[in-house]
Design a protein around this ligand. Structure first.
Ligand SMILES: *Cc1c(COP(=O)(O)O)cnc(C)c1O
Length: 343
C-alpha cells in the first residue's frame, strides 16, 4: 500500500473512504466470523429493519499517533461496553466485546497510512455501528444484523484555536425521561437535526436540552455532555437517566477527583443555577472539551455570559483539558488501562 498523501493540516470533520473496514454478520441466532473488506458500500433488502424501524446503534472513538510514534486508542473497552448496553435497549444482539476490540485493532492496523501524523493534531476517527439487515414488516426486531467499523481521518478540532461557543436553550426535547437518551442510537440524532438547523439559523452553535418532564434541569446538547465549574472550582456535571454516559465526561471526573484533587458533583443541575457558574463547556470524543462562553434562553429573554468570556477556555476546564489530552497523547501517565496500543 502506498503512503497516502493527504493535506493533514487542513483536514476537517468529513467522511473520507479509506482502504479497509471491518464487517461481521449476525444470522441464525449467532455472530459469524468478522473480517476486513475494501467495499465501502452496503447492499440492503428494501424491507430491512434499519430502513423500516430504525434499529441502529453506534459508537465513536479515535486512533492517533503519539509523539514517540506509537498508535493508540483511548478506552476502547468502554465503547465496546456502551455499545452492548445500547444494542440491548433496542433489541439487537450485542456485538461481543472481543469482536469489537478486534475490529478496532484490525481497522487501525490495515489503515495505518491513513492515521494523521502526531504534529497535525488530527486522528483516525473510528465509527463502529450495528444495524438490522433482515426484513421486517410487522413491528418486531429483525432476525439479521450487521456490525461494521470504518475509519475516516479527521483534523485537529481546534486548528483555528480554541474559541468559546454560544449555545441556546432548545425549544424541543432530546429524550423522554424513560426513553432512549442514555444510549448511542441514530434515532436520537434524527430528531435533533431540525432543532440543530434552527439553532444555526438563529446564530447559535449548539442546543442545550432541558429535561422534558419539567424543563427545569439541564440535560446535554445533541452530541456532547455539559460540564460546569463553580466559582470555587468544583466540577459539576448534570445527572439524569436520559443523558448519554459520555466516556470523556466520566474520564474527566476521574481525573478531577483522583489526579487533580478537585471536588466533583455529579447531580441534577437546575437551569436556574447556570448563571452562578464560572465556566461551562461541552465534552465528547471530538473536541475533548469545547468551552461555552454564552448561553441564551430565548423563551425567557435571558442571556447568561460565563465569567470565562468569549476569548478563551476558563482556567479549570483548561487544566482538565490539558490533563486528559496529555494522558491520551501518552505524555502524562493516566489511570491503568486507559491507553490501548495498537501494534
Ligand atoms: C457520543 C455522545 C456524547 C459523547 O460521548 P463520548 O463517549 O465522550 O464521546 C455525548 N452525548 C451524546 C448524545 C452522544 O451521542
Amino acid at each position: 500500500m502506498s503512503k497516502v498523501n493527504l493535506d493533514w493540516e487542513s483536514l476537517g470533520f468529513a467522511y473520507q473512504p479509506i482502504s479497509q473496514r471491518y464487517v461481521a454478520n449476525f444470522k441464525d441466532g449467532k455472530w459469524g466470523k468478522g473480517g476486513l473488506t475494501d467495499n465501502a458500500n452496503v447492499v440492503l433488502n428494501e424491507c430491512s429493519g434499519i430502513l423500516q424501524y430504525c434499529q441502529q446503534v453506534f459508537e465513536g472513538l479515535k486512533a492517533y499517533k503519539t509523539k514517540d510514534g506509537r498508535t493508540v486508542t483511548f478506552r476502547p473497552d468502554q465503547n465496546a461496553k456502551r455499545m452492548v448496553d445500547s444494542a440491548k435497549r433496542i433489541e439487537m444482539p450485542p456485538v461481543p466485546e472481543e469482536m469489537f476490540m478486534e475490529a478496532v485493532d484490525e481497522v487501525v492496523r490495515a489503515n495505518k497510512d491513513w492515521i494523521p501524523p502526531f504534529e497535525s493534531g488530527g486522528a483516525l476517527y473510528l465509527r463502529p455501528y450495528l444495524f438490522a439487515t433482515g426484513p421486517v414488516i410487522g413491528v418486531k426486531p429483525s432476525d439479521e444484523y450487521q456490525f461494521r467499523l470504518f475509519g475516516t481521518p479527521v483534523g485537529n478540532y481546534f486548528k483555528n484555536g480554541v474559541k468559546p461557543i454560544t449555545v441556546c436553550v432548545a425549544d424541543f426535547d432530546r429524550a423522554a425521561p424513560r426513553g432512549t437518551g442514555n444510549i448511542k442510537a441514530g434515532l436520537n440524532y434524527a430528531m435533533s437535526l431540525y432543532p440543530y438547523i434552527l439553532a444555526h439559523q438563529n446564530g447559535f452553535d449548539e442546543n442545550m436540552y432541558l429535561d422534558p418532564a419539567s424543563r427545569t434541569y439541564v440535560e446535554e446538547t445533541g452530541g456532547a455532555n455539559i460540564l460546569f465549574v463553580t466559582k470555587d472550582g468544583t466540577l459539576v456535571t448534570p445527572k439524569s437517566n436520559s443523558i448519554l454516559p459520555s466516556i470523556t465526561r466520566r474520564s474527566l471526573i476521574t481525573i478531577a477527583e483522583d489526579m487533580l484533587g478537585m471536588k466533583v458533583e455529579h447531580r441534577p443541575v437546575k437551569f436556574s443555577e447556570v448563571g452562578d457558574f464560572a465556566e461551562a463547556g461541552l465534552c465528547g470524543t471530538a473536541a475533548v472539551i469545547c468551552p461555552v462562553g454564552k448561553i441564551v434562553d430565548r423563551a425567557n429573554n435571558k442571556e447568561i455570559c460565563l465569567p470565562s468570556g468569549m476569548d478563551e477556555m476558563g482556567p479549570v476546564l483548561t487544566k482538565l483539558y490539558k490533563t486528559l489530552r496529555g494522558i491520551q497523547m501518552c505524555e502524562i501517565e493516566g489511570p491503568k488501562g486507559w491507553i490501548h496500543e495498537v501494534k
